[in-house]
Write a protein that binds this ligand. Structure first.
Ligand code: FMN
Length: 319
């Protein structure tokens, strides 16, 4: 079956499936496995310690695959400077740069004249229009179901995707709540030309940095086991419900300031759970789609299954 869309052509990939940036989790093993399976894998730059660490990861991906891959830049209000990290990707001639989290204009300035595809992850129609104006090659659009940081307006994927498809002329990649062939086909039916998945890729064999307890939680928990934190400071983000996120919500109710929250929502607290499996001292991001995750396959197995499911759906539709 032909899976070609403007996204597969632009990114030079076989299937329109992109692995989203995954803070502290998306290293060369996962990125290369996704690219080798025919999608676009990515390294997450801003949770790496230094430009040299990023260079090492990029070079490791190049050893593990000769297919295109991306580097993701989440830049935010409280994030650290990204310029030196971006310089590395430019020097290493990374084929795809994705960005999210803040005003992407400074990234576009640095990438002016650089031969790379520029994709922006947005969570609202206006942000997608802005990304198109800045020169994005495509937008990834995340709905409220998604794991990690979300839009402030709570719009779900089902409504947001066709709204953005009708508002911009660049290709749209649907994100948030997708984890199988049904989600893939639904996204294409909404007018998207590709999908991005975050949570589903954490529960794969090649996401080697995620603790077994985190992966098991994704397998066992239901769609009701996530919670949105950080809404009170204007940065809503979806995580797995646990003691730690309860603490965060209590502080948000009493004293909704960044200073009061910063230790609870820090990268250290995130790593305590996702690397050490320590539920009482940290938290992990995940989307509602975890309710539909039932196993921890290899990335290749996941792709085989999704593509088969997608092809079966197309066969039914064509009858
Ligand atoms: C653990 C985790 C970490 C994430 N970190 C990033 C990040 O660093 N950069 C980014 O652009 N998106 C990040 N995201 C968002 C994902 O790339 C993706 O947009 C989102 O997970 C899509 O929703 P889904 O989880 O339902 O697939 C993260 C998501 C999760 C679950």
């Amino acid at each position: 079956m032909n899976w070609e869309t403007r996204v597969t052509k632009m990114l030079n990939i076989q299937y329109p499936i992109i692995q989203g940036g995954l803070a502290y989790l998306a290293y060369s093993d996962l990125a290369a496995a996704v690219s080798n399976a025919g999608g676009l894998g990515q390294i997450t730059a801003m949770s790496l310690g230094s430009p040299e660490e990023l260079r090492k990861e990029i070079q490791a991906v190049k050893l593990k695959t000769d297919r295109p891959f991306g580097v993701n830049y989440a830049i935010g209000q409280h994030g650290r400077p990204f310029e030196h990290m971006l310089e590395v990707a430019i020097e290493e001639e990374v084929p795809v740069i994705t960005m999210t989290g803040g005003n992407p204009a400074p990234i576009f300035d640095m990438l002016s004249g650089v031969d790379t595809k520029k994709l922006v992850l947005v969570a609202a129609r206006r942000q997608a229009e802005k990304a198109e104006e800045l020169g994005a090659d495509a937008v990834m659009v995340v709905g409220q179901e998604g794991g990690g940081h979300l839009g402030r307006a709570d719009t779900g994927t089902m409504v947001l995707i066709p709204q953005v498809v009708e508002a911009v002329s660049i290709p749209v990649i649907a994100s948030g709540g997708i984890g199988d062939g049904k989600g893939l086909m639904a996204a294409l039916a909404l007018g998207a030309e590709g999908i991005e998945m975050g949570t589903r890729f954490i529960a794969t064999k090649e996401c080697i940095h995620a603790h077994e307890a985190y992966k098991q939680k994704l397998v066992e928990a239901s769609e009701d086991d996530t919670v949105v934190i950080k809404r009170s400071i204007g940065a809503p983000a979806r995580a797995i419900k646990n003691e730690w996120t309860q603490k965060i919500l209590q502080v948000e109710e009493k004293n909704p300031t960044y200073d009061a929250l910063k230790d609870l929502i820090s990268g250290e607290a995130n790593m305590k759970y996702i690397y050490d499996g320590n539920e009482s001292q940290g938290f992990g991001w995940a989307g509602q789609v975890m309710g539909r995750i039932k196993d921890v396959p290899s990335v290749q197995e996941l792709f085989n299954r999704m593509i088969k499911e997608g092809e079966d759906i197309r066969t039914i539709w064509s009858k």
